[in-house]
Design a protein around this ligand. Structure first.
Ligand code: 9D3
Length: 233
């Protein structure tokens, strides 16, 4: 799978993909990540990518021309499986279901917004979807693009080695029931500063371990994410 990122901060992406699962996926040739500098598609002497908003207001807005020029030069014609995604504070919420769906595509081009936002014609006439990663204010789309690429890249077949593990471990299915958080985990030492690992995990009784974990997953979800339990609880 090929990921393109269009950004005014190409150096930002030297870090996020140089470690762990995503780095291994790149090294194995399973995913490719190409970073594009939006300023390469500016035409004026100052390489301007933004301008003041019509109607007045604070801050600057990313201009449409460089973004359209960039996308149209990266993909001179749009093939099926090539999707443009605008990262913006005003997009649809990114969820595991969206990651699963995007992992089916061949090529994604992630456009990173900045400042106060992006000229609306990019959302209306260029992007296939407009995506936000959560209900908080970021200063731009770069961190969001890295989040989306991380979540999608690990779902690409072959990336996690075990073909079933990505789907199984996904947010919706922990093995403890639909929509619960995972159960808590412990490792050695069995006694750390007097805090002992729950005895049942050392017992070797697999059936008891399984039902205990399910109950702990429910507890954890009730405490940290009651929204996931909806009406039930
Ligand atoms: C404080 C400015 N806001 C006006 C009430 C609007 C706003 C504009 C631009 C808020 C954030 C941004 C920059 N954010 C992104 O480009 C962004 C983002 C985000 O802020 N939150 C969650 N996901 C994303 S994806 C891109």
């Amino acid at each position: 799978m090929i990921f393109h990122v269009l950004t005014i901060f190409p150096e930002f992406f030297e870090g996020p993909f140089a470690y762990g699962v995503v780095k291994r996926a790149k090294d194995a040739g399973l995913v490719e990540i190409r970073i594009h500098n939006l300023r390469n598609w500016t035409s004026d002497r100052h390489q301007s990518v933004d301008d003041r908003p019509f109607g007045g207001g604070e801050g600057m807005v990313l201009k449409p021309e460089p973004i359209f020029m960039a996308v149209e030069s990266i993909w001179p014609e749009r093939r099926p499986g090539q999707r443009v995604i605008l990262l913006s504070a005003h997009g649809c919420l990114f969820r595991q279901a969206m990651a699963n769906r995007l992992a089916e595509e061949a090529e994604l081009l992630l456009v990173c917004g900045r400042d106060e936002g992006v000229d609306e014609r990019v959302a209306e006439h260029l992007a296939d979807e407009e995506v936000s990663i959560g209900n908080y204010v970021l200063s731009g789309g770069e961190l969001a693009a890295a989040v989306v690429i991380d979540a999608v890249a690990r779902l690409v077949p072959g990336v996690l080695g075990n073909e079933t593990s990505a789907a199984f471990e996904s947010f919706q299915d922990t093995g403890h029931g639909e929509g619960l958080l995972d159960c808590p985990h412990w490792t050695r030492p069995a006694d750390f500063r007097g805090w002992r690992v729950p005895e049942v995990l050392i017992s070797g009784n697999h059936a008891e371990v399984a039902s205990w974990r399910k109950e702990r997953a429910r507890q954890k979800t009730r405490r940290n994410r009651p929204d996931l339990l909806g009406e039930i609880g």
